[in-house]
Design a protein. Structure first.
Lengths: 640, 648
């Protein structure tokens, strides 16, 4: 009966919409828009904790080719999630139907991403070749699923350069089920709440398109989002209960993790042997972590509940591979065998820092790491990498709220931050300028934190790649040739030292009798963020860093040093910059430079100030000095 | 004499060395496990210790003829970065009612533990089968207990009902191969072609071997290679597979005793004839009456030949849009594509040929292999995946492709530019045609600037783009908004601010694009008290060489010949005199393949600078790489030289 009702609503909606002609779009919605979403409608009906039907109806007018990425012409399914209804219609600019794509015309392909070895997720996709622009695609599909652990979210803002006429969300939940909701970032937007006792219903209309701007924070921080969660839910054959993070953790522990940490005796014995004689707790944890790194590899297999439940530690022990869940759980089991408690922790991994909703427990995250309590200073372990140093996270999982799953329940904890001075790079060395205009140099680059993370890539490069990497790193030096490279990788202190010798035939510019050159050969900043006449969004310096450079420069003897630029000190709310050139002797200079960039979210009104700061850095980083040739005749004359 | 001896000796020595190792399945040695790095290339993260493939035919009453391929590979993992090689992906074609199948998968991982060899079997849970798409199944295997130093070994057998389609034999991979053995046995009843590619000497051996199952001879071609180096991709390479060593076999015809011979292909003529005979190729060229009136209308009153050629191209582009599918033949059929407005490259360009003929041109379909598909050096059917149109005038051809909106006569989408194609005559014969563009695509930039007292530059920019430059600019400009485009321009020439932007002829192909705007530049002058320094080409300077690698393995492929000219006029403030100017410079690569000319002069208080870089060939052989690198180094050096002004 209820399903019937739903399909009635559905049909009315489809028929009610009549005018998809392009001329009926309001002018302001066409500004900056590659596409206009005419309607984005989600209708959800939950009739039991393991029975949900979802209909997505999306009508989008593509104004130009670049808008085609926003069609979203796909519908995912799996053995348990079934598509019951799928249809796409195409209208011309007048709103007349020109093409009908039926279920059998959809391509049906595996939806497993390149990084995954095997999975049971599939996708139906349609393709349409536009014969002219603009045109409109009207795409509807319905699926049913027993999985209610994740409910559809409503995010009415679509994408950059896409405007929205109408976005709506309707969810009906059977009375016997308790649910919770969270409205996030609603306050700055015109959102209409039509909810009644029996239906959760929201809509938002006439959302203009937004241009993409450099350094703007991820959409996630400011877009409105509606999240709904059931207290009692179902996931791939497993029932669940959660009303807050504690109970969410409790359920995940009991249903997904408990008893999956058994290990064969011989492995326990092996580990015990390896740790014999070690008394320091942290040292033990490290040895076990290194054992995992040296004996396993990452292989991703996602099947049914296996998308959320780790394969048993015993299995990982046998084949020595697993995905993030399997390897984390395996490490946890090895630690447990030595009496060290640790917790499986769910995180939203990625370069932009998305955290768990602290006040709203919901199935979230795409990755798992391990939390080892260690008094005030928890140890976090990334178990999928064979290379990363013990206790280091990098920009994939740093500085965000994660769900730590303890036997007693879940808890939100925050991972390590790598900010500003933590991300240090020190460059010291000596550069010799030859009288033919070339240079030779010996350098040492020391890196920490996120800068370490980036530089450590060079450790696994082939000779050719390494050479190409450095010639690109110093692409400001023409005709650069790299000599010897020696790396000192200090994994204990999480620090990399690169020792490099190099030479270039023609670094210095000759002008008549003068030589002109930049003392900052090895770390000159060229970046100035884009100019916007009318910036709309705030901007972000995501992690900040500090660079310290100190280079001794030896000059050719038959040249005289011109006037040296005065030292520079710039302080700003975005960071600081210092630069100085000191004359050590007639033919020797010391170049010092320090740049500190402060992590933070800044108001758009400060953007021009930040640009100015970067422009100044660029200018002073590219400071040049002049050497003039000492006239050759003079010394001889003097001798007479 | 003594030289020959040495050769013989080394060969003997070599084969002795090789034979010392046992390559039977399961006979992994301790030496292989102990080895720390690949002896000839220490940067290799993994290597094939042994790579074996044997392909042959079997015949059975029930399932008829099938092609069997046996694979046996032994891989050494030296480094964690080589763990990717512990997973093997096997793609299996499938069709309606038939499919390739893989069987007898067997694998072991060998590792040294306390000096002992420990083997771990590949179990069923390490083997995954899935339907990848409608036309392909996939089997993936991932080896257990892999760690640094492990040796992995697996073997399997693929049985294919598609007996005329033999997968390429690949003899070179991204990791080195120590020892390779491969053989292809083909029934005497078959006639076949083989084509080799890459730079390795393959020295195949051919034997006639009695096949007792069918009672006839097999022609067995076998390969025996040692120490094949890894092949790694570089920038400016159109398709690395063009250089990868390997062999392709193609069945030309099959004649069983007492049956009619079935022809597939044998020479270029046969290949062409086969394609031509395909009803969705030849017949499509005959279909006419549905478009003639429309086209006649379009061409009414236009007599100029060049103009007519452009009009026909525009007509076809307007009528049928490309559905992104490649193909030599028509997918929909040209008539249907004409009606629906969409089709593949075959639909569109075969239709284009018909239209050209109708308009009085001597037009031919030209079949080719796109860049992604690799260069075809030997006649093969599957070697072609695309068709365009050619118009013959005297001995030369003009090329047309109507799949892309901004292509022009002789300016083709980049995917087409893959060395050469075959023009097909009506009688089914074919001639080879060179597809590499010969005409230079030009960019001309004129800057008129005034240097202000506050040391900023202000003035106007005029730019003109022709041929490929114009097509690529149109593709880019029309894919985004003008605001984005301008922003990217400011980004590309870091430090400039653009205003009063104007662009002409950008929404339609054919004409030269004119772009004009005003710019403001500061921070490009170094102020050293009484002297000022600046690079005379300002933001246009080539401040970085695209060729920084020490060595290069493959030719540099620019796509098309090109010329960039900059003409800069700078009006100087009155209170300065010119102290020093860079010197003029002219250099070229051998045969004027590349050319650079830099001229600077003064007139009253203006500076006049012109700089020109050109390459007259699209493809520069890697033999010239060292010269090319030096050529660019000198350009960058010249462009970085400063003008010095003295304050009065």
């Amino acid at each position: 009966m209820r399903i019937l009702l739903l399909s009635l609503i559905f049909t009315t909606v489809v028929n009610a919409q009549t005018n998809y002609s392009v001329s009926s779009i309001d002018g302001p919605l066409k500004e900056n828009a590659n596409a206009v979403v005419r309607l984005d409608e989600t209708i959800v009906e939950i009739t039991a904790k393991n029975k949900m039907q979802v209909t997505n109806h999306r009508v989008i007018t593509i104004l130009k080719k670049a808008g085609e990425n926003s069609i979203k012409p796909y519908a995912f399914y799996s053995p348990n999630t079934k598509i019951t209804n799928i249809l796409a219609l195409v209208y011309n600019d007048q709103g007349e139907e020109i093409e009908k794509i039926k279920k059998k015309d959809f391509y049906d392909i595996s939806a497993v991403d390149g990084g995954t070895l095997y999975g049971d997720s599939r996708v139906k996709v349609f393709r349409y070749t536009p014969t002219s622009y603009p045109y409109t695609v009207d795409f509807t599909y319905t699926y049913t699923t027993p999985n209610t652990a994740f409910l559809p979210r409503w995010m009415p803002i679509d994408d950059y350069m896409v405007s929205v006429e109408k976005s709506s969300f309707n969810m009906k939940i059977i009375e016997s089920l308790q649910w919770r909701k969270k409205e996030k970032n609603f306050k700055d937007y015109d959102i209409i709440n039509n909810s009644s006792k029996s239906v959760i219903s929201y809509e938002m209309n006439q959302i203009p398109a937004q241009k993409k701007e450099a350094l703007s924070p991820s959409f996630y921080y400011y877009e409105p989002q509606l999240m709904i969660a059931l207290n009692e839910f179902h996931l791939e054959g497993v029932d669940g209960y959660a009303k807050d993070w504690e109970s969410m953790g409790n359920w995940q522990f009991k249903s997904l993790l408990a008893d999956r940490d058994q290990l064969p005796e011989h492995t326990v014995r092996l580990i015990t042997e390896k740790l014999s004689g070690i008394t320091d707790r942290e040292e033990k944890i490290k040895k076990i972590y290194e054992y995992v790194q040296n004996n396993t590899r990452y292989i991703s297999v996602q099947l049914g509940i296996g998308g959320w439940q780790p394969i048993a530690a015993e299995e990982v022990d046998r084949v020595k591979y697993g995905d993030c869940k399997g390897l984390t759980n395996y490490t946890k089991a090895l630690l447990k065998s030595q009496g060290i408690e640790s917790y499986y922790s769910v995180v939203h991994a990625g370069k932009s820092k998305l955290g768990m909703e602290k006040d709203f427990a919901i199935m979230q995250g795409n990755h798992v790491i391990l939390n080892v309590p260690n008094q005030e200073n928890d140890i976090w372990l990334e178990c999928t990498s064979q290379k990363i140093p013990f206790g280091f996270l990098g920009d994939f999982t740093d500085d965000r709220d994660v769900l730590v799953i303890k036997p007693s329940g879940g808890e939100i904890k925050h991972t390590h931050k790598y900010l500003n001075d933590n991300n240090l790079q020190k460059t010291v060395g000596e550069m010799v300028v030859t009288d033919t205009g070339g240079i030779t140099a010996n350098l040492e680059i020391e890196t920490y934190g996120i800068q370490y993370d980036k530089h450590a890539e060079v450790l696994s490069m082939s000779e050719k790649d390494k050479n190409d990497y450095y010639t690109e790193y110093w692409n400001n030096i023409n005709g650069l040739s790299i000599g010897e490279t020696i790396f000192d990788h200090d994994k204990n202190n999480i620090k990399l030292t690169e020792k490099i010798t190099l030479s270039a035939q023609s670094y210095v510019t000759k002008m008549g009798n003068d030589l002109l050159f930049k003392p900052n050969a090895f770390n000159a900043n060229k970046y100035v963020p884009n100019r916007y006449s009318d910036r709309k969004l705030s901007f972000e310096i995501d992690r900040g860093y500090t660079d310290n450079d100190e280079i001794d420069i030896k000059l050719p003897i038959n040249y005289k040093l011109g006037k040296l630029p005065s030292p520079v000190i710039i302080t700003s709310e975005f960071g600081n910059y210092e630069m100085s050139l000191e004359k050590i002797s007639e033919n020797q200079l010391r170049y010092k430079r320090k740049i500190q960039l402060k992590s933070g979210l800044y108001d758009k009104s400060k953007y021009d100030g930040y640009r100015d700061f970067r422009k100044k850095i660029k200018k002073y980083d590219n400071t040049k000095i002049v050497l003039s040739k000492i006239p050759q005749g003079q010394p001889t004359k003097h001798l007479k | 004499m003594s030289q020959i001896k040495i050769v013989i000796l080394t060969t003997l020595f070599f084969s002795l060395l090789c034979n010392a190792q046992n390559y039977d399945f399961g006979k992994v040695s301790k030496e292989e496990l102990i080895e720390q790095s690949y002896p000839l290339d220490s940067s290799a993260v993994a290597a094939y210790l042994y790579k074996y493939r044997k392909s042959y035919y079997v015949y059975s009453q029930n399932s008829g003829l099938s092609l069997v391929t046996e694979i046996h590979e032994r891989i050494k993992v030296y480094d964690k970065a080589g763990f990717d090689h512990a997973t093997k992906i096997i793609n299996l074609s499938k069709g309606i009612g038939s499919a390739e199948v893989v069987s007898k998968i067997k694998g072991y991982t060998y590792s040294l533990v306390n000096g002992e060899i420990v083997e771990t079997k590949l179990e069923k849970d390490g083997i995954f089968k899935s339907e990848f798409s409608k036309g392909m199944n996939q089997v993936k295997l991932t080896m257990p207990k892999v760690k640094e130093g492990s040796v992995l070994e697996y073997r399997y057998k693929i049985i294919s009902p598609y007996y005329s389609s033999i997968d390429e034999f690949r003899f070179q991979e991204a990791i080195p191969i120590k020892r390779l053995k491969a053989s292809m046995a083909i029934f005497d009843y078959f006639r076949f072609n083989q084509r080799q590619k890459g730079f390795l000497p393959l020295n195949p051996k051919t034997d006639r071997v009695m096949n007792n199952q069918v009672g006839t001879y097999d022609i067995v071609t076998s390969y025996n290679l040692v120490n094949v180096p890894a092949l790694i991709d570089e920038s400016f390479v159109s398709n690395i597979d063009n250089y990868r060593s390997g062999v392709d076999f193609e069945i030309v015809s099959v004649q069983f005793p007492g049956e009619m011979s079935e022809n597939f292909a044998k020479s270029w003529e046969d290949v062409v004839a086969t394609i031509y005979k395909n009803t969705s190729f030849g017949n499509e060229l005959e279909k006419k009456n549905f478009f003639e009136d429309d086209l006649d209308n379009k061409l009414k009153g236009i007599a100029d030949k060049k103009q007519r050629l452009k009009e026909v191209l525009t007509f076809v582009k307007d009528k049928i849009k490309w559905n992104k599918n490649l193909g030599v033949t028509a997918e929909e059929g040209v008539k249907k594509a004409y009606k629906s407005g969409a089709g593949n490259s075959g639909d569109i360009n075969l239709f284009l040929v018909s239209c050209l003929k109708h308009a009085g041109f001597d037009a031919y379909p030209i079949i080719l292999s796109t860049r992604d598909h690799g260069v075809q050096l030997f006649p093969t059917l599957k070697g072609f995946n695309y068709v365009i149109a050619g118009v013959k005038d005297g001995e030369s051809y003009s090329f047309l492709d109507a799949t892309e909106k901004y292509s022009m006569v002789n300016v083709l989408p980049m995917r087409d530019l893959n060395w050469f194609g075959r023009a097909i005559n009506k009688d089914g014969t074919a001639v080879m045609v060179d597809l590499l563009p010969a005409k230079m695509s030009k960019e001309i930039t004129m800057l008129n600037l005034v240097l202000d007292d506050d040391l900023s530059f202000e003035g106007s920019v005029k730019q003109r783009y022709s041929d490929y430059y114009a097509m690529l600019l149109r593709d880019k400009y029309n894919a985004e908004t003008e605001v984005e485009y301008i922003q990217e321009l400011e980004d590309k020439y870091s430090g400039i601010e653009i205003s009063n932007f104007e662009i002409k002829e950008v929404t339609q192909p054919n004409k030269i694009i004119n772009q004009a705007y005003e710019i403001y530049l500061d921070e490009s002058i170094d102020d050293a008290g009484d002297k000022l320094y600046f690079s005379p080409l300002l933001h246009l300077s080539q401040d970085e060489s695209p060729f920084k690698s020490e060595i290069r393995e493959f030719p540099v492929d620019f796509g098309y010949p090109w010329e960039d000219s900059f003409i800069v006029n700078i009006t100087l403030p009155e209170n300065y005199t010119i102290a020093t100017l860079p010197e003029n410079k002219m250099i070229s690569l051998p045969n004027k393949l590349g050319f650079f000319n830099f001229q600077i002069s003064t007139l009253d208080n203006t500076l006049q600078i012109s700089s020109k870089i050109s390459f007259k060939k699209a493809l520069i052989s890697n033999d010239h790489y060292a010269q090319l690198k030096e050529f660019y180094r000198q350009i960058v050096e010249k462009h970085s030289e400063k003008v010095v002004l003295q304050r009065i």
